[in-house]
Design a protein around this ligand. Structure first.
Ligand code: G3P
Length: 221
């Protein structure tokens, strides 16, 4: 499973990229809002992310409401950098926009996916990435991982004539990451905090402390 980072924060993206295991970035309007940036800075900010992560897919989300506006937005976003992927929320207008953009060679990441039928429709319309959410399903008392398992099995059952990768999104914890990998998700997009939590384990910290203490004794012997 590949790791994407789910943030628009350039500091977080740069640090995660320096670890050498980052395969892409996903952003959304809420994540961009958290950077404090305004509308006028949005596209420049996406270019900065795409530059830091040169060659890796960077999802920039359109907030357009109609097919024609999404197509126009998608063309503009895709022209910002060769690695920009256009993110669109699932719906009838965005399926039509995805179909048109994909025909032009623009990669689309279809987001806000909560069910297998939504994922299948996105893949059929031409989406290059399909992003089912886990945490938000857990939040309302259902099983986000079980939903992801259905989606992975359903989508990977078929050939769409183009590559389709499933991005497990709305990840909140290392447990979600483990489960997404076990369910066969192609990618997990993980917020920086959860990514750092994936690095730590109490026994690792304990083991390090013991090595340090024992090595101090060796040095003092
Ligand atoms: O990329 C979108 C998705 O990951 C959002 O996650 O935590 O807002 O449910 P969250």
């Amino acid at each position: 499973m590949k790791f994407f980072i789910d943030t628009a924060d350039l500091g977080e993206i740069s640090e995660a990229a320096s670890w050498g295991c980052l395969a892409g970035v996903t952003t959304n309007p809420s994540l961009y809002a958290r950077t404090g940036g305004g509308l006028a800075d949005f596209e420049d900010h996406m270019v900065k992310i795409a530059t830091v992560c040169e060659g890796l897919p960077v999802s920039a989300e359109s907030t357009a409401m109609t097919t024609q506006e999404m197509i126009a937005d998608g063309r503009r976003l895709a022209a910002l950098a060769p690695n920009v992927v256009v993110k669109l929320p699932i719906g009838s207008q965005s399926l039509a926009a995805t179909h048109a953009l994909a025909a032009e060679g623009v990669k689309v990441n279809m987001t806000l996916i909560f069910s297998a039928p939504q994922a299948l429709l996105a893949a059929r319309a031409g989406a290059r990435f399909v992003s089912p959410f886990i945490g938000r399903i857990d939040d309302i008392g259902y099983d986000g991982i079980a939903g992801l398992e259905d989606i992975v099995r359903a989508v990977h059952n078929y050939d769409y004539g183009h590559e389709v990768e499933i991005i497990a999104a709305s990840i909140r914890s290392p447990h979600h990451v483990t489960q997404a990998a076990l369910m066969g998700a192609d990618i997990a997009t993980v917020p920086f905090g959860a990514l750092k939590n994936c690095l730590s384990h109490p026994l690792t910290e304990q083991g390090l402390a013991r090595f340090e203490a024992d090595w101090a004794e060796v040095k003092n012997a």
